[in-house]
Design a binder for this molecule. Structure first.
Ligand code: AMP
Ligand code: MG
Length: 406
C-alpha cells in the first residue's frame, strides 16, 4: 500500500525550508497597509506626551485646601484650548480646559462642564472630583522605549495609526515577494474567447492571482504553458529569473502529458509528496535554478485547498510574517459524516442553528472540480481520517478569512 505523508508533517517540512526574505525597503506610513514590519519599532516618545483633559470642563487642584470645594463660587484664572499651553494654576482658582488640552502645572483633576454651575465669570462645583478624574495620564498608551510593533507583524489600519502616534513618517518593511504563476495544459483557454470542444477556461490562473494579491505579494503572470517539454522548460527558466517563487497548477501528476515534473527536475530539484489529504493528494515542491517551486494539483478545488493549507504558510514565512498558520475553531456539525482514509477539508459555512448558536453546514457537492463550493464556503471543516462525525459533534474549522490573505 502507498504510504501517504500526514499534512502536519508536510507543513512542518515546508516551514523548515522557508527562509525570510532579506530584502527590505522604507515606505511612507500611508503606503504601509498590509506590509510586514522588517524591524521592531520602539517608541522614542511618550503617548500622550503630557497629562491632558479627557473632557471639556475645568482643571483644578483637589488637594489645594479649603478654598476649592463644592457650593462656593470660584474664579476661572485661565482658558486652555487643545494645542495651547496654560500657565501654572493660581491657588484657589480653576482653569477652563477643553478635551485634549494639557493640564496646567498644579492641576490634578478635571471636572466636566456638566457638573458645574456658571454664575457670571465664576463657577460653582456641584461635587469635588477625585484626583486624576478625567485626566489622561502621560504615557498611558505608550511609554518612551516601549516596543510598539514587533518585526514580522502585519501592518494593518491600527498599526498605521500606532506608527503615526509615535511620530514615525515611514517604516521599514519587507519587499513584496514576486510570485510567478504558471498554468499548464493544452486544454486551457483564456476567458473572453469562445471554447472549442475539449477546451476549458483557465480558472486557476485567476484563482491563484487573487490568492497572491490577498497575500499582498506581486504576481508575475506567464502565458499558459502548452503540454510540451521545451515550452515548459522555457517558461520555468523565465519564471525563475523574474520571481522569488514559482507556483504552478497542473501537470505534476505522473501522466505522460505531465511535463512540469521532468522540466523542474532538469533545471533544479523536485520532491513529490503524496499527502494524506483530500482534496489535493499530490504536491510538488522543489526549486528551479535556485528559485523555490510549488507544483499544486490542477483540479481547481485542490489548487485552492493546497494553496491555502500548504503554500500560504511557506509564502508568509518567506515574506517575513511571524504568524503563518490559521487558528482552528470548533463548532457543532450540522451533518453526519464518515471520514475516509485521508484528512479531509470540506467546504462549509457557519450558520445560525435556530437556537441562538452556530452550526456547520456542508456544501452538497464536495468534488475537487466544484469551484462553486469554495466561493460559497466561509470555512473549511477539518475531518480526521476514519472519524465518524455525528450531527451536533464539535469539529474543527479553519475560517476562510484566515486562510485567504495575511
Ligand atoms: P493535470 O494535473 O494537469 O492533469 O490537471 C488536473 C485537472 O485540473 C484536469 O482536469 C485539468 O484540466 C484541470 N486543470 C489544470 N489546470 C487548470 C487550470 N489552470 N484551470 C482550470 N482547470 C485546470
Ligand atoms: Mg494538465
Amino acid at each position: 500500500m502507498q504510504v501517504l505523508t500526514p499534512v502536519n508533517e508536510v507543513i512542518a517540512s515546508l516551514l523548515d525550508a522557508a527562509v525570510c526574505t532579506d530584502r527590505t525597503e522604507r515606505v511612507g506610513i500611508s503606503h504601509a497597509m498590509g506590509r510586514i514590519a522588517a524591524e521592531d519599532q520602539v517608541s522614542a516618545v511618550n503617548v500622550p506626551p503630557g497629562d491632558n483633559s479627557a473632557m471639556d470642563g475645568y482643571a483644578l487642584n483637589v488637594e489645594s485646601g479649603m478654598a476649592i470645594k463644592p457650593g462656593v463660587p470660584l474664579s476661572v484664572s485661565q482658558r486652555i484650548p487643545a494645542g495651547n499651553v496654560g500657565e501654572e494654576l493660581a491657588p484657589g482658582t480653576l482653569a477652563r480646559i477643553f478635551t485634549g488640552a494639557e493640564l496646567p502645572a498644579g492641576a490634578n483633576a478635571v471636572i466636566m462642564q456638566e457638573q458645574v454651575d456658571v454664575a457670571g465669570d465664576q463657577v460653582v462645583l456641584q461635587r469635588l472630583p477625585r484626583i486624576g478624574e478625567n485626566v489622561r495620564q502621560w504615557g498611558q498608551d505608550i511609554c518612551k522605549g516601549q516596543l510598539v510593533i514587533e518585526q514580522g507583524t502585519k501592518l494593518d489600519a491600527p498599526e498605521m495609526g500606532l506608527l503615526a502616534s509615535i511620530g514615525l513618517a515611514d517604516v521599514s518593511v519587507y519587499k513584496k515577494l514576486k510570485i510567478a504563476l504558471l498554468t499548464t495544459g493544452d486544454e486551457l483557454v483564456q476567458p473572453g474567447t469562445p471554447l472549442n470542444s475539449g477546451q476549458i477556461y483557465n480558472s486557476n490562473l485567476y484563482l491563484m492571482q487573487g490568492l497572491i494579491h490577498k497575500l499582498n505579494m506581486e504576481v508575475v503572470e506567464l502565458d499558459v504553458v502548452a503540454d510540451e517539454p521545451d515550452k515548459t522548460e522555457e517558461a520555468l527558466r523565465f519564471a525563475a529569473e523574474h520571481s522569488d517563487c514559482i507556483v504552478s497548477s497542473g501537470g505534476v501528476s505522473v501522466g505522460d502529458e505531465d511535463y512540469v515534473k521532468s522540466a523542474v527536475e532538469k533545471l533544479g530539484k523536485l520532491d513529490i509528496w503524496r499527502i494524506k489529504m483530500k482534496p489535493g493528494k499530490p504536491l510538488a515542491f522543489g526549486e528551479v535554478l535556485g528559485t523555490p517551486f510549488f507544483g499544486l494539483p490542477g483540479n481547481p478545488v485542490s489548487t485552492f485547498v493546497t494553496f491555502c493549507i500548504l503554500a500560504r504558510p511557506y509564502l508568509l514565512k518567506y515574506q517575513g510574517c511571524s504568524t503563518v498558520l490559521p487558528r482552528m475553531y470548533k463548532f457543532p456539525s450540522g451533518f453526519d459524516y464518515q471520514g475516509g482514509s485521508r484528512l479531509e477539508y470540506l467546504r462549509v459555512r457557519l450558520r445560525d442553528d435556530g437556537r441562538g448558536g452556530t452550526e456547520i453546514e456542508k456544501y452538497p457537492q464536495q468534488g475537487s472540480g466544484i469551484l462553486t463550493s469554495t466561493s460559497w464556503a466561509t470555512a473549511l471543516a477539518v475531518i480526521e481520517p476514519e472519524s465518524s462525525i455525528e450531527k451536533g459533534q464539535h469539529i474543527g474549522v479553519l475560517l476562510k478569512q484566515d486562510l485567504v490573505g495575511t
